[in-house]
Write a protein that binds this ligand. Sequence first.
Ligand SMILES: CNC(=O)NC(=N)Nc1ccccc1
Length: 304
Amino acid sequence: TNVAVYYGQGAYQPRLRHFCQETSFEIINLGFINVFPDAVGGYPGSNFGNQCDGNVYPESELLSGCHQIWEDIPICKEMGKTIMLSIGGDTAYQKLENELQAIWFADFLWYSFGPQNENYTDIYPRPFLDNSMDGFDFDIEHDGGYGYATMINRLRSHFDEYPDQKFYISGAPQCTLPDEQLSSAISHSAFDFIWVQFYNTKGCSARDFVNGTGDFNFANWVDIIKNSSNPDAKLFVGLPAAEEAAGEGFYLTPAEVYPLVEIYMGLFPETFGGIMLWEATASDNNTSIDGLNYAQEMKQILYD
Ligand SMILES: CNC(=O)NC(=N)Nc1ccccc1
């Protein structure tokens, strides 16, 4: 089982290599491509917090100077990390208007952030130079429901062009079922990882599990996956990595996480994929009494 973490939106965050040199996570979601193309032919926009140099490609909001990220991805790959590019992330304009736009956006992401293909380098920008993402994550928090299955199926058709390389699709739905942003995509296109945000939503959160309130619905999400386009997808427990990383009351101490993981990893050993954390810098700053940070505590729980 794995620990996945979001990187890119942390307060005063260190550069990516700092996290790739930590052993406690295997999957890093780089967030975010937070502005969607407003039409076929348009560029998306990106935001990686305090990283990059502030420059953008002409007439766009797509960052062009993310030197820390393009320098660090090779280190991450050397350390065996899976690096995903995360689309969405709550703020800014994020909506797919029609099928053509969904196809265009998928192609843009593939040719700009996937394996470098010299036939396309004069058509598409390469914001991370010749570094290729290992996949694409969908953190769709509003205006979803439409177009994502089309995008994901288009991306998978591109993945098929590189049969000897592994590429992944992941998603971060809220815990309420059905998730109005991603449930349709989950049933009509194949995901590899689904990390449910069991925080910031009362009634189905990990906090509800601990308090014995509401209806923590990990088991229902397993059913969704079993009846989805990819019944072998892995389901992760999404958690805040520190008190301040989520709304009031949603943070769980490692001691509170332990029984949740024990029970659900035990009930669903083939679907339980691990833990997702929001987010990397909050985890680093959340060191517990025995000097471990939160991600390290989660790693220990998964391997107990
Ligand atoms: C996987 N995506 C998230 O976890 N997003 C997230 N936590 N957004 C956010 C919501 C409220 C305050 C700060 C960040």
